[in-house]
Design a binder for this molecule. Structure first.
Ligand code: ADP
Length: 708
């Protein structure tokens, strides 16, 4: 208590009796002091009241900001009662449940949970209230006429323990892209925890504010911290948006680019900033424009998420294929697009389409079975060949075509080869649907997976019925031809052999007639008889030659190693007299040893050398023999400088009895080269000539290296 001022005491002493006066004065004095104290306190209170008002206004501003943040947060939030009724929820949560926010309040959240995740959801809710700890669970929201949505719930009870906060995150996308999902999930959980914390603190502070003004400042500080954390979370979302592996675009109704992330700019091949305000449709191919326009129109018209595929024009490069998913933004003014580059997938699809078309249009039948032999695929050629369409043989064993003409052993060999991972080639005599038999050539092989395990068998078959019949016909014709040839040979042999005898008779009896009637014959008759004898002589020679020709190849001649050098040496000895008479020079190069019939080779080369000497020109004959070795044969040649042959007779001279000259000019019957050809063919070789009239001829004979 303060001392009273002296003037007041004096006044009091003068006005009252001594003791009572003093007591009264003291009381008055105390009252005055008390009043002053009260006035001072009153002033302080007024100040505090103003401060409180200011703090309350600030707090209200923060609360409004928080409410906006809560409402427009990208993930869903809702507050549930202990019974699971929705007490409060933000816009994202309402969108996930597919109704207006107002119509969801007091609804039970369980109504939107799919039956199979109901037990998990109830356990989750119970745990939150029992443990008072944070719990998470994944459930499926099942909302009428919408595909089920996978969501992650994270919840915690509030301090009243009568309600809980649930953070709802759409994880449908995340299910498909697990890695991105994990990252987002973590951030989302952190964000949820931060927001729940901030929320709890804010609620606490709001209550305390009503009672304690002093706690306001501390509460505000914590609120700001929470907001900073929230800002950081938003920043994190923004970073994630920007660096996401898929492209994001926000477009206006007229496809103007409002916002995009880095991947989006990269897809369009431009700087992010230069793209804002540009028309997205300017970057797509002409063919994709109608698709894109319809897609955007549908989003705005239905307010439902839409998808489409289109291609981006790439400035001279092949177009890039994109998968687009779009939906309206919350305010309904723009659409939000997610884009994925599916060019690689498209390319694969194209490849697969090409391959399956090739298989489908293949000119051979293609059958794919599982490892038990059950048919899983046949192409159209199969249907054409067998009469069975795919539906008729699907799941059936490939033995459906079995005609009973293939033995069990043959089938066993086929399956054994496939079991060992080997290929099998062979022929089947199978039966068509209409019962007709047909031949097919087949190749079976294994189809293996990346681990090298056989998953299927592939059979490629070709109808060879026509070829088989042709082959059979050919074999038949060859046999018939052989028979005819052999008949002809027999005929030639018999004819030439049997003609000799009557000819000899004609000759000898004419000689006899000539001698007997010698004195009676005039000169003309004598000449006629000579003509007949000459003709018979010539006929004898022709028959001899024909006999010689027809004998070649009928004796199953032995083949052995024949040294051509030795053959030429021997022939030069045989022809020595003619060689000398003609002043001929014969040069023989080093020759190989061939597999042939020695006698026939002698005869062939004797004919060629004789002709080379016989058909000489004015100059003495210059004859050269040699051999060229080729991959599979030896080509022997005999070259002369004789009269030569006109090109038009190159073939004719090898025909029996065909000659180019009169007998008076060059003797002979025209059998020599025909015999040469026969001998060459018997050795599976050929004979041919190259020549120039007046310059000489070269005869070539080929002998295969192998006797086969
Ligand atoms: P021939 O010698 O008995 O007439 P060939 O069958 O040996 O019978 O020959 C057929 C024909 O081929 C001969 O008439 C001849 O015109 C022609 N000829 C064969 N060898 C030669 C050759 N070296 N030079 C020119 N012509 C030839």
């Amino acid at each position: 208590m303060q001392n009273k001022p002296l003037s007041t005491i004096d006044t009091l002493q003068k006005s009252f009796k001594p003791i009572e006066e003093i007591e009264t004065s003291r009381l008055i004095y105390e009252l005055e002091v008390h009043q002053i104290e009260l006035e001072m306190q009153n002033e302080e209170l007024l100040q505090t009241q103003n401060q409180v008002k200011e703090e309350v206004e600030k707090l209200a501003a923060y609360a409004r900001k928080y409410a906006t943040l809560y409402d427009f947060a990208p993930s869903g939030y809702c507050t549930l009662s202990r019974a699971g009724d929705i007490m409060e929820l933000n816009l994202s949560a309402a969108k996930m449940l597919g109704k207006d926010r107002g119509r969801l309040i007091n609804n039970r959240l369980a109504l939107y949970v799919s039956p199979e995740t109901q037990p998990r959801y109830h356990l989750f809710l119970e745990s939150i209230f029992n443990d008072k700890a944070k719990h998470t669970c994944e459930i499926i929201l099942s909302v009428n006429e919408r595909s089920p949505m996978h969501v992650l719930l994270a919840g915690t009870v509030d301090e009243t323990e009568e309600r809980c906060f649930i953070n709802v995150i759409d994880i449908t996308e995340r299910k498909q892209a697990k890695e991105t999902l994990l990252l987002q999930n973590k951030i989302s959980e952190q964000h949820t925890a931060e927001l729940v914390l901030a929320n709890r603190e804010l609620t606490l502070k709001s209550k305390e504010n009503e009672k304690l003004t002093a706690a306001l400042n501390a509460s505000n500080k914590k609120l700001i911290t929470a907001m900073q954390l929230s800002d950081q979370a938003v920043q994190k979302y923004f970073t994630l948006y920007n660096i996401a592996p898929c492209a994001y675009f926000t477009l206006s109704r007229h496809s103007k680019i409002i916002e995009l992330n880095l991947r989006g700019a990269q897809l369009l091949g431009r700087q992010k900033l230069t793209l804002k305000g540009k028309l997205f449709s300017a970057f797509i191919t002409v063919e994709s424009k109608p698709v894109f326009d319809h897609f955007v129109e549908k989003i705005f018209e239905t307010n439902l998420s839409q998808t489409c595929e289109l291609s981006l024009a790439m400035d001279g490069r092949p177009p890039m294929f994109l998968h687009l998913e779009g939906s309206l933004t919350d305010n309904g003014e723009h659409c939000f697009l997610t884009m994925l580059d599916i060019s690689a997938r498209k390319e694969k699809e194209d490849k697969i389409r090409q391959l399956s078309q090739a298989v489908e249009q293949s000119p051979v039948s293609i059958i794919i079975t599982n490892t038990s032999g059950s048919i899983e695929y046949v192409n159209s050629k199969f249907a054409e060949n067998t009469g069975y369409n795919f539906e008729e043989v699907k799941g059936k064993n490939i033995a459906v075509l079995n005609s009973g003409h293939t033995t069990d052993e043959e089938y066993a060999a086929l399956w054994q080869a496939l079991k060992e991972g080997c290929e099998w080639h062979g022929e089947f005599h199978n039966k068509k649907k209409n019962g007709q038999f047909y031949w097919e050539s087949a190749a079976f092989s294994c189809i293996q997976n990346t681990a090298g395990e056989t998953t299927h068998y592939l059979a490629i078959t070709e109808d060879i019925t026509y070829r088989k019949h042709s082959e059979a016909r050919l074999v038949k014709y060859a046999k018939e031809l052989k028979n005819v040839n052999s008949d002809l040979e027999n005929f030639a042999f018999i004819a030439s052999h049997d003609l000799q005898e009557p000819l000899r008779m004609v000759n000898s009896f004419l000689n006899l007639v000539e001698r007997r009637l010698d004195s009676q014959l005039d000169e003309t008759t004598r000449q006629y008889i000579r003509f007949v004898i000459d003709g018979a002589d010539r006929m004898k020679i022709l028959i001899r030659d024909l006999l010689q020709y027809s004998r070649i190849g009928t004796n199953k001649e032995e083949f052995s190693a024949v040294d051509l050098n030795a053959v030429f040496a021997h022939l030069q000895n045989v022809l020595r007299e003619t060689i000398d008479l003609n002043n001929a020079v014969i040069k023989v190069q080093s020759l190989p040893v061939i597999i042939a019939n020695d006698t026939l080779v002698h005869e062939l080369l004797l004919n060629l050398l004789t002709n080379a000497l016989k058909y000489r020109g004015y100059d003495p004959p210059q004859i050269e023999a040699g051999c060229v070795e080729e991959t599979s044969r030896y080509v022997l040649f005999v070259k002369d400088n004789g009269i030569g042959i006109n090109v038009e007779y190159f073939d004719k001279i090898f025909i029996i009895f065909q000659r180019l000259h009169a007998r008076s000019s060059y003797p002979g019957t025209g059998i020599g080269l025909a015999i040469c050809r026969r001998i060459a063919e018997l050795h599976k070789g050929k004979i041919w000539v190259e020549s120039e009239e007046g310059k000489g001829s070269t005869f070539f004979v080929s002998f295969p290296k192998s006797a086969e």
